[in-house]
Design a protein around this ligand. Structure first.
Ligand SMILES: [Ca+2]
Ligand SMILES: [Ca+2]
Ligand SMILES: [Ca+2]
Length: 270
């Protein structure tokens, strides 16, 4: 009987235009979406669909704060390629709704990033997650040449950072970044207990800064190493806690270098 009721309820539910959607980046340019809000990530009207990262972030910001949109990447031979770095011409639109950005959407078993994103300069952020952007997951990306790879600002609780490199390009070579991840909200998880969740922070002034926000978990990452964890690629600071004011005192931060195996310690941060 329960199954029958469920079936009836599903059949009676109206189609929602703002259900969770997936936008797949399939071109390497930096153009904006030509018609925001139409549910298509496309930088030029009509076929073919040409979806840039900038257009995908814009189209995912469709005003729906109840379902999670996914931004994936076509890393097949016909898409943006296997080892591709996208270079931004400026700041991306803020992410202010529940969103998953998954560089390895085409190869979800990958334990290293599948797409690189370079900011314009080390004065420019790549991803800024702002009010309403909860939960947000950023994974499978190599972020370089940025002020902040990911900045979680204001009420963006529950940010998840997994299988990302900061300060290392997708081909494994180093390229500087100022700050890998900046946190000002509660319950961020950076890394995890599996190798597939590991992030690497290298060649940065600061790897992770928890400026404000409680109960951040920083677990199972490599700091100040190359991608393999076998050579030094030092950060100025690996992890920085607390800001400058009396309300900038994060509490409950967990820093765990034992999962899934002890992180290599090759040299202290410079
Ligand atoms: Ca559109
Ligand atoms: Ca088109
Ligand atoms: Ca959305």
């Amino acid at each position: 009987m329960a199954a029958t009721l469920t079936t009836l309820a599903l059949a009676a539910a109206p189609a929602l235009a703002d259900d969770a959607e997936t936008f797949t980046v399939n071109v390497t340019g930096d153009a904006s979406d030509v018609n925001l809000g139409d549910g298509l990530c496309d930088v030029d009207l009509g076929l073919p669909i040409n979806c840039t990262l900038r257009a995908a972030v814009g189209e995912a910001g469709d005003g729906d704060t109840t379902s999670t949109d996914t931004i994936g990447f076509d890393t097949s031979g016909g898409g943006i390629g296997l080892v591709t770095t996208l270079t931004l011409g400026g700041m991306l639109p803020d992410i202010n709704e529940p969103t998953i950005v998954d560089g390895c959407s085409a190869t979800p078993a990958s334990t290293s990033p599948c797409v690189g994103v370079r900011a314009t300069s080390t004065a420019t952020d790549v991803f800024r997650v702002t009010s309403g952007g909860s939960p947000v997951t950023i994974r499978g990306l190599a972020l370089t040449n940025a002020f902040r790879g990911v900045a979680a600002l204001v009420v963006t609780d529950g940010l998840q950072i997994q299988n990302d490199w900061f300060g290392i390009k997708v081909d494994g070579t180093g390229e500087a970044i100022d700050t890998g991840v900046a946190i000002t909200a509660d319950d961020a998880v950076i890394g995890g207990t599996t190798a597939a969740a590991r992030n690497v922070f290298a060649n940065a002034a600061v790897g992770v800064t928890v400026f404000r926000g409680d109960d951040t978990v920083i677990q199972g990452n490599y700091f100040g190493t190359n991608a393999a964890g076998t050579a030094v690629a030092a950060n100025g600071k690996d992890i920085e806690l607390g800001g400058n004011g009396s309300d900038d005192s994060p509490t409950g931060t967990v820093i765990d270098g034992t999962q899934p195996t002890p992180a290599p310690v090759l040299a202290p941060a410079t």
